[in-house]
Each structure stands twice: as structure tokens, then as C-alpha cells.
Design a protein around this ligand. Structure first.
Ligand SMILES: C[S@@+](CC[C@H](N)C(=O)[O-])C[C@H]1O[C@@H](n2cnc3c(N)ncnc32)[C@H](O)[C@@H]1O
Length: 163
């Protein structure tokens, strides 16, 4: 029993800890701010929102409930599994991908949602430009791009257009 608990604890610590090598640790957007983020994206039903680091899937679910299609990348295998199961109800609209979003080619989308870290914002801007996604609306929880002015903001969430 003690060995099983130690193993379970190690898996959890590893899953949440190794993420620090690649990006932001897990901290979910608060529920009322999820709604604000979706509103700031200003999308029409059927449009696509990409979430980089989709955590427990709450933003993906809120997006689907608003009639959007949502794609989330999540590197933490436990959060991936949890969000995969949790979003099954909306499987026609939501796709969750296990992996490091920095090393993927991103799909065509109309908005991007992130809750990262200040030090990752300029890397994010470069990646968005290299993916040719400068026309999308980028919604960032808490953290700003140092060289861009938000087109909108509410409750500590910022909306950007890179063009
Ligand atoms: C601050 S949390 C935000 C979670 C979710 N976006 C939300 O707002 O509720 C950051 C999430 O990004 C994930 N993450 C960090 N770096 C990543 C990477 N390079 N690729 C995929 N997921 C990553 C973490 O595991 C974590 O779930």
C-alpha cells in the first residue's frame, strides 16, 4: 500500500513538475474569468479557438457551450486524460491533443487563448508570427505582450491583434 501511494505521488509530482521545463505550471483560469475570456475572443458560432496549455479543459468546455469549436494542447498527461474524459460530451466540437505546443504546427484558428508566464510572451508572439496566425485574436490571461497594445481588456484578461 505504501509503495502504491509513493508511486502515485511520484507520478503526480512528475506530471506536474516536468511541465516547468516547457512552460507555465498548472493554475486554472477562474470560472467567471473563463466567460470573460470567451467574450473577449468575440467569435461567431462555428469559429475555432486554440488553447495553448488547456489544463483541466474548462476553457474548451466554455467555448463549446458558446457554440465554438475548440482545440487544446496539454503537455501534462494527467490533465490531458482528465480533460479528455471531461470534454467527451462535446467531442464534436472539442479536440484535446497531448503534447508540447511549442513543437507543434498549429491548426488554422480564429482565436488563441493562453495563460502562460511573462517570460514566455515574446516567444509566443514569435511563434504566432511564424505560424502565419497574425490575423487571429490572441487572448492572454494576466500577462501582456511587451511591445503590443491590447485592443480590448477586462478583468485582467487582454485581447490582442498582432497585425
Ligand atoms: C497556467 S495553466 C492554464 C490552464 C488553462 N489554460 C486555464 O487557463 O485554465 C498552464 C497550462 O499549460 C500547460 N502547459 C505548459 N507548457 C505547455 C506546453 N509547452 N505544451 C502544452 N501544455 C503546456 C500546463 O500543464 C498547464 O496545464
Amino acid at each position: 500500500m505504501a509503495r502504491a501511494l509513493t508511486l502515485a505521488a511520484s507520478v503526480i509530482i512528475f506530471s506536474f513538475g516536468f511541465v516547468l521545463l516547457f512552460g507555465a505550471p498548472y493554475l486554472p483560469t477562474m470560472k467567471r474569468q473563463v466567460k470573460v475570456a470567451i467574450k473577449l475572443a468575440n467569435l461567431r458560432p462555428g469559429q475555432v479557438i486554440l488553447e495553448l496549455g488547456s489544463g483541466d479543459g474548462r476553457v474548451l468546455i466554455a467555448a463549446a457551450q458558446a457554440g465554438l469549436n475548440a482545440i487544446g494542447y496539454e503537455i501534462n498527461p494527467l490533465l490531458f486524460l482528465y480533460s479528455f474524459v471531461r470534454t467527451r460530451r462535446y467531442r464534436k466540437q472539442i479536440k484535446v491533443v497531448l503534447g508540447n505546443f511549442w513543437s507543434q504546427s498549429w491548426p488554422k484558428c480564429d482565436a488563441i487563448y493562453v495563460f502562460l508566464l511573462p517570460r514566455l510572451m515574446s516567444k509566443l508572439e514569435k511563434k504566432i508570427r511564424s505560424e502565419g496566425l497574425t490575423k487571429v485574436t490572441v487572448i492572454s490571461f494576466a500577462f501582456k505582450f511587451s511591445d503590443l497594445t491590447p485592443v480590448d481588456e477586462a478583468q485582467g484578461i487582454f485581447a490582442y491583434r498582432l497585425k
